[in-house]
Design a protein around this ligand. Structure first.
Ligand code: 5GP
Length: 131
C-alpha cells in the first residue's frame, strides 16, 4: 500500500501545524483551509473508508473532535464548528473541523499562508492545553 500524505505527517516525514497527538490520533491544520482554523483529525492507521476503521481509532477521532472544536472556537472566536467526512482527496480516513460563520461555509480556499497557520495552531494548542 502506498503511504498516504497523512501517514507521512504521522511519521514526521513531512511537517504540519500540529494541534494534538496521542497514540491513536493526530490533529493538525488543513494546509489549504476552507476557513481560518480548518483542522483535520486523522487516526494513526491508514484506512481509506470510514466503515473499515477499527472502532478504537474511530472513537478516538470523534472524542478528540469534541475536545478540539471548543478549543478552536475559543482560540479563534468563531461561533460554531462544522464536522464532516469527505475523503475525495486523501484516501486515509479523517474528520474535517471547519469554523462556520453566518450559517455557511465559504467555498474559496484562500487562507493557506504558513505564518497565519503557525499562529493559529499555536493559539489553538494553548487553549487545548489549558483544558
Ligand atoms: P478530503 O480527502 O477529505 O477530500 O480532503 C483532504 C484534505 O486534506 C483537504 O482539505 C486538503 O487541503 C488537506 N491536505 C492535503 N494534503 C495536505 C497536507 O500535506 N497537509 C495538510 N495539513 N493538509 C493537507
Amino acid at each position: 500500500m502506498t503511504e498516504s500524505i497523512f501517514t507521512k505527517i504521522i511519521r514526521k516525514q513531512i511537517p504540519c501545524h500540529l494541534l494534538y497527538e496521542d497514540d491513536l490520533v493526530i490533529a493538525f491544520l488543513d494546509i489549504n483551509p476552507v476557513r481560518l482554523g480548518h483542522s483535520l483529525i486523522v487516526p494513526k492507521i491508514q484506512v481509506d473508508y470510514f466503515v473499515d476503521v477499527p472502532v478504537n481509532y474511530y472513537q478516538a477521532a470523534f472524542s478528540l473532535a469534541q475536545k478540539l472544536a471548543p478549543a478552536i472556537q475559543k482560540a479563534l472566536g468563531t461561533t460554531r464548528i462544522g464536522l464532516s467526512v469527505v475523503g475525495t482527496e486523501v484516501p486515509h480516513f479523517h474528520l474535517h473541523l471547519i469554523p462556520i460563520e453566518q450559517d455557511r461555509i465559504e467555498g474559496i480556499r484562500t487562507f493557506g499562508n504558513a505564518a497565519v497557520l503557525a499562529r493559529q495552531a499555536e493559539l489553538i494548542r494553548s487553549v487545548l492545553n489549558q483544558a
